[in-house]
Write a protein that binds this ligand. Structure first.
Ligand code: AMP
Length: 214
């Protein structure tokens, strides 16, 4: 499975990716997770990315391509990968195409996860994340058993800095301006598959059908 998961913040890319990787040996590659880990570890990369992330803006294409050039060459990507949150701009998509050609890999498709803006706003403002292991909760329909504490690792469960209403509105605007044009781009490349993703479970079923997985 070699897929790009395209969709607005909160469209369920991470959830869908986790459900799909459980089906075979593919790995989920989330540039957001890689960046958050770098910020937490205080690396140079983290320091360069932190301000843009907090503001809900994109970090530079150069920084992102530096990460992905390395990541896609790693051995665990050989059985397959699901790109979650990358590419996010046309220059990233063009650079990815060149990179994949260089390492002689082709994509199965670009899954365009469609969810309405209202559903996304509601999902993201009620979402909470474990600082230590990244487990996702929802204050309304999936809260941790003990408030503020992760069920899996006991780490602190918090609202991400970029999931305040202000930052989310900004991220959705950035998505509309810089990432949504990828839909037309991948349509022209013949790779785009539209997926109704109001429910992640139904989205996964549609992707399995496309990939002809039982
Ligand atoms: P995410 O968890 O995918 O929503 O990413 C969180 C934040 O990381 C984004 O709001 C951006 O600031 C940054 N980021 C993640 N992936 C990318 C990317 N492909 N290009 C630029 N910035 C990114």
């Amino acid at each position: 499975m070699r897929l790009i998961l395209l969709g607005a913040p909160g469209a369920g890319k991470g959830t869908v990716a986790k459900m799909l990787t459980a089906l075979d040996g593919s790995v989920q590659i989330s540039t957001g997770d890689i960046l958050r880990a770098s910020v937490k570890a205080g690396t140079d990369l983290g320091k360069q990315a932190e301000a843009a992330m907090k503001a809900g803006e994109l970090v530079s294409d150069e920084l992102i391509m530096g990460i992905m050039e390395e990541r896609l060459r790693e051995k665990d990507c050989e059985p397959g990968f699901l790109l979650d949150g990358f590419p996010r701009t046309i220059p990233q998509a063009v650079a990815l195409k060149n990179l994949l050609e260089r390492i002689d890999i082709s994509l199965d498709g670009v899954m365009n996860l469609n969810v309405s803006r209202d559903v996304i706003l509601d999902r993201l403002t009620t979402r909470r994340t474990c600082v230590d292991c990244g487990e996702i909760y929802n204050v309304r329909n999936n809260p941790p058993t003990t408030e503020g504490q992760c069920n899996s690792c006991n780490g602190p469960v918090v609202q991400r800095d970029d999931e305040t209403e202000e930052a989310i509105t900004k991220r959705l605007d950035v998505f509309e301006g810089q990432t949504a044009p990828l839909v037309g781009h991948y349509q022209e490349e013949g790779l785009l598959v539209d997926i109704e993703a109001t429910s992640s479970v139904i989205a996964v079923e549609a992707i399995k059908k496309f990939l002809k997985i039982d």
